[in-house]
Design a protein around this ligand. Structure first.
Ligand SMILES: Cc1cc2nc3c(=O)[nH]c(=O)nc-3n(C[C@H](O)[C@H](O)[C@H](O)COP(=O)(O)OP(=O)(O)OC[C@H]3O[C@@H](n4cnc5c(N)ncnc54)[C@H](O)[C@@H]3O)c2cc1C
Length: 499
C-alpha cells in the first residue's frame, strides 16, 4: 500500500452477517486470496445484524404463518416454507462445520434451541392453522410439529399467554421443538474475529463513498478514512454488503443490472420486558397472524431471546416509517435514492402502496399504551411498567418492475444483484435475511465465479453435505444432518443451563 492505495483480490463492503459469511466461505475455498473489508462504523455487526436490531429467529418456516398461504381452493401452499427450511439447513451445516473445524468456538454464544410456535385466535384462523399443520407435519422437514386447541395443553406450552384469558376465547397453537434463537450479532463478530486471524484486513471507520470501473475491468473504491482523508482501493471482485446502504452503492457502480430498482425503508420497534418474573414464565418464539393491511415483516411475535447469555423477552416488531436506509443513516436516504432510471418505478409503487404507507404512518403514531393493547392480545394482563421500547433495525424493501406485479412492485424477499461479468454483487432486501445468509452467499459465489465451481464443489460439499440436494426428498440425509448439527451446535443440552 502507498498513499492510501491498495490492490486486492476481494473487497467486502460492510461488516454485517452477509459480508462475514461470504468472507468466511471464500477463505475456506481460496485461502490465498487477499480480502479487505471496509466498515463505516467502529465495530462489526452494529446495524441490522446486531442482536437488538433483529428478532433472532432462525427462520426455518416452523412458526411464520406468512410463509404458508391459503390458496383460493382452501388448500395450503407450503412451497415457500419448504424452500426457507432447506435454506436454513444450509446455514446450520456451515455453522456446524465452522465449530467442528474449530474456526469458531462456543456455539451457545450464538445459537440456542427454542420451541417455535404459531398461535391464532378465532374459529377461522384456527381452521387455517389446523390445515397448515396437516400440510406440514407429513413433511420430513417439519417432523415433530404438534397442534393443540386444548386449553390445558396450551397452558403447558404457553402459560403466560393462557393465564387470565377468558375460557371461551377460541385459541390454538402449533409447537415444534427443533426451532432456534440465533444471536446474529455475536455470530457476525465471531466470524470477523476468525477472518482477522486469517489475515483479512478489516478497516473500521472507513466509509465507501464511490465505486467505479477501471480500464482493466477491476473496481476502484473511493473510501473516506477515520481521519476524513480519501483513499483509493482496487479489487477484482467487490461485494456490496452494506445492508440498507447497499442500494446507493449499487447505483454508484452504474451497472445496468442495478437500474430501475428502488428501495422503501421500514423501521421496527420491539418491546422488551424488564420483569424477570414475567420473562421466566415464557419459553419459545410464538408467532401470531399479521393484521389486515400489515406487511409480512410486522407479524407480531412474543420471543424468548438469549442475549449476553441471559434469557430476555421481546415483543414486536411494530413497523414504522423513517426515510433512513440504515439506523445510522441520513434523513435524505430515500430522496437521494430516486434516480432518473427508477423514478417511474418508485412513483408507481407509491401509488400502489398507499395503504401500506398509511399503515406505517399509523404504526409510527402509536402511543406506548396502544402498543401495550397489541401486546395484551398475547399476554392478557401485561403491565405497562414491565415493558420498555427499543428501536430495532431498518429494512429496505426492494421496489422493482415484475412480470406478475407490473411496474413498481414492492418485494418482501432478498434480492441478489450481480454484474453480467460477475465482478460485483450486491445484496438488497431483508427477508428471510440473516438465517439464509449461507445459501444466499453460495448463490453469489456460483453466479460470480462459475469458472471455479468445478474445483470448489468438493470443498463446498465437505462443508455442507446437502449442497445441491433436496433434503425433503432425502429423509435419511436430513436425519443424519439434524443429528450431527444438533450435536455439534449443542442444541439439545442447553435448556439445563439457561432455564
Ligand atoms: C426488525 C428486524 C427484524 C429482523 N428479524 C430477523 C430474524 O428474526 N431472523 C433473520 O434471519 N433475519 C432477521 N432480520 C433481517 C436481518 O437482520 C438482515 O437480513 C441481516 O442482518 C442483514 O445483514 P447485512 O450484512 O446485509 O446488513 P447489516 O447487518 O445492516 O450490515 C451492513 C453493514 O454495512 C455498513 N455500511 C453500509 N454502508 C456502508 C458504506 N458506504 N461504507 C462502509 N460501510 C457501510 C453498515 O454500517 C453495516 O455495518 C430482521 C431485520 C430487522 C430490521
Amino acid at each position: 500500500m502507498s498513499n492510501g492505495k491498495t490492490k486486492t483480490d476481494v473487497i467486502l463492503i460492510g461488516t454485517g452477517i452477509m459480508s462475514a459469511t461470504l468472507g468466511t466461505l471464500l477463505k475456506e475455498l481460496v485461502p490465498e486470496w487477499e480480502i479487505t473489508v471496509f466498515e463505516k462504523l467502529e465495530n462489526a455487526g452494529e446495524e441490522s445484524s446486531n442482536e437488538w436490531n433483529n428478532a433472532g429467529t432462525g427462520h426455518a418456516a416452523l412458526c411464520e404463518l406468512n410463509y404458508t398461504v391459503e390458496k383460493p381452493d382452501g388448500s395450503i401452499d407450503i412451497n415457500k416454507a419448504i424452500k426457507i427450511n432447506e435454506q436454513f439447513q444450509v446455514s446450520m451445516q456451515f455453522w456446524a462445520y465452522l465449530v467442528k473445524s474449530k474456526l469458531i468456538n462456543n456455539p451457545q454464544d450464538f445459537i440456542m434451541p427454542l420451541p417455535h410456535m404459531s398461535m391464532v385466535q378465532g374459529e377461522k384462523n384456527i381452521a387455517f392453522l389446523k390445515k397448515r399443520f396437516e400440510a406440514l407435519s407429513n413433511n420430513p422437514l417439519f417432523k415433530g410439529m404438534e397442534f393443540s386447541d386444548n386449553p390445558e395443553k396450551l397452558m403447558e406450552w404457553i402459560p403466560l399467554i393462557m393465564q387470565n384469558r377468558p375460557l371461551n376465547d377460541p385459541i390454538a397453537a402449533t409447537k415444534i421443538d427443533s426451532g432456534t434463537d440465533v444471536n446474529f450479532g455475536a455470530l457476525t463478530c465471531m466470524l470477523f474475529d476468525h477472518l482477522k486471524n486469517k489475515n483479512v484486513d478489516i478497516k473500521y471507520k472507513h466509509s465507501v463513498d464511490n465505486i467505479k470501473r477501471t480500464s482493466d475491468g477491476s473496481w476502484e473504491l473511493k473510501v473516506r478514512n477515520d481521519s476524513g482523508n480519501v483513499e483509493r482501493h482496487t479489487a477484482k471482485f467487490v461485494f456490496i454488503g452494506g445492508g440498507g446502504g447497499s442500494l446507493h452503492l449499487l447505483q454508484k457502480s452504474g451497472i445496468p443490472e442495478g437500474k430501475h430498482i428502488g428501495g422503501f425503508p421500514v423501521s421496527g420497534i420491539f418491546m422488551v420486558c424488564n420483569n424477570p418474573e414475567v420473562i421466566a414464565q415464557h419459553h419459545g418464539k410464538v408467532y401470531g397472524k399479521a393484521k389486515v393491511g400489515a406487511p409480512p415483516m410486522s407479524v407480531p411475535h412474543l420471543d424468548t431471546r438469549y442475549i449476553d447469555n441471559k434469557k430476555s423477552l421481546l415483543f414486536g416488531p411494530f413497523a414504522g416509517f423513517s426515510p433512513k436506509f440504515l439506523k445510522t443513516g441520513s434523513m435524505f436516504d430515500l430522496v437521494t435514492s430516486v434516480k432518473p432510471n427508477n423514478v417511474l418505478t418508485m412513483l408507481a409503487a407509491g401509488a400502489k402502496e398507499m395503504s401500506l404507507t398509511k399503515y406505517l404512518i399509523q404504526q409510527v403514531m402509536l402511543s406506548k399504551e396502544q402498543r401495550m393493547e397489541e401486546l395484551r392480545e398475547f399476554i392478557p394482563n401485561a403491565k405497562s411498567e414491565d415493558w420498555d421500547l427499543v428501536v430495532a433495525g431498518q429494512r429496505v424493501q426492494v421496489i422493482k418492475d415484475t412480470a406478475e406485479g407490473g411496474k413498481g412492485t414492492l418485494q418482501f424477499g432478498t434480492e441478489v444483484i450481480t454484474a453480467a461479468d460477475g465482478s460485483i454483487a450486491a445484496l438488497l432486501g431483508a427477508s428471510p435475511g440473516a438465517s439464509t445468509a449461507v445459501h444466499v452467499m453460495l448463490e453469489i459465489i456460483k453466479k460470480c465465479f462459475p469458472q471455479h465451481m468445478n474445483e470448489w464443489e468438493p470443498k463446498i460439499k465437505e462443508m455442507i453435505s446437502s449442497y445441491g440436494v433436496s433434503l425433503m426428498e432425502n429423509p435419511e440425509l436430513l436425519h443424519e444432518i439434524h443429528t450431527s448439527t444438533a450435536e455439534t451446535l449443542a442444541l439439545s443440552e442447553k435448556e439445563l443451563v439457561y432455564s
